[in-house]
Ligand binder design. Structure first.
Ligand SMILES: [Zn+2]
Length: 258
């Protein structure tokens, strides 16, 4: 774990000016912004069927990193502002993982599955991907699998649990980039297994529709995942990178299997 901790503490020492800027910001955009009026969001007028139909878009003058509740994206403000690919140390197979993630982020869809022992930089790579995406004004979140399930379960405390649960599932489904750590560290109750299936199945559909990037990290090889998930990860379209091992299998070109 040391290299990751080092990289993060190193990242935290980067320009202090940014942190001052964040605390000075009061809203997602300039209060008198001529484009969004200060809300930070735009809902473009697009025809039904357009891939961006119904989606909120970030105001070009705004920045996600100024959102008061930015912690819902899973990073500390320091991490969101400073984590960068240059923080990754060239060891093991990590640069293969970085390459696979960067490719998925560049084309804006696909899955990447990273697996290997602890301390190989999986978490750091996922967090950098999210920080990088947020800085590029697109939504992204870093989260552990167990935390997603906990978030969905907490919907039962709401006044209208089924609507709230669906709203939360949609939030996780619709993120353009979702990085899920510790995919294999979930206490497999029937509820947890069902929620994990629902979310990952929807993320898989989003990838097939070329609408979202899902990054997964685990300690186990994909063929040891629950069957439905193994089938999806191993369907040949997705990048699978084993860290600290000799083998790395990058996904086939999407045109092959369309
Ligand atoms: Zn604006």
């Amino acid at each position: 774990m040391k290299p990751i901790a080092d990289a993060i503490s190193q990242a935290a020492k980067k320009p202090a000016g940014l942190a001052i800027q964040i605390s000075a910001a009061t809203g997602p955009c300039e209060p008198d912004c001529s484009i969004c009026g200060g809300s930070g969001w735009l809902r473009p007028n697009l025809p039904v069927g357009h891939p961006e139909f119904g989606k909120l878009l970030m105001c070009p003058n705004g920045t996600l990193l100024r959102l008061p509740n930015a912690e819902r994206y899973g990073l500390t403000p320091d991490e969101a502002h400073t984590l960068d690919w240059s923080d990754v140390l060239d060891r093991g197979n990590i640069l293969k993982a970085v390459q696979a993630i960067q490719l998925a982020l560049a084309r804006q869809y696909g899955w990447v599955y990273l697996w290997g022992d602890f301390g190989q930089g999986k978490t750091l790579a996922l967090k950098i991907a999210v920080a990088y995406t947020l800085r590029n004004r697109r939504f992204a979140a870093y989260v552990r699998m167990a935390s997603v399930v906990e978030n969905l379960r907490a919907a039962f405390d709401a006044q209208d649990p089924s609507i709230e649960a669906e709203r939360r599932l949609e939030w996780w489904t619709d993120l353009p980039v979702l990085a899920i750590d510790e995919v294999d560290r979930l206490r497999q109750t029937a509820y947890a297994a069902e929620q994990q299936f629902l979310l990952l199945d929807r993320r898989y559909e989003q990838a097939l529709r070329q609408r979202a990037v899902t990054l997964l990290a685990a300690n186990i090889p994909p063929d040891q995942l629950p069957g439905y998930l193994a089938d999806r990860v191993l369907d040949g379209r997705f990048a699978i990178v084993r860290l600290a091992g000799a083998s790395a299998r990058l996904g086939m070109d999407w045109d092959v299997k369309g």
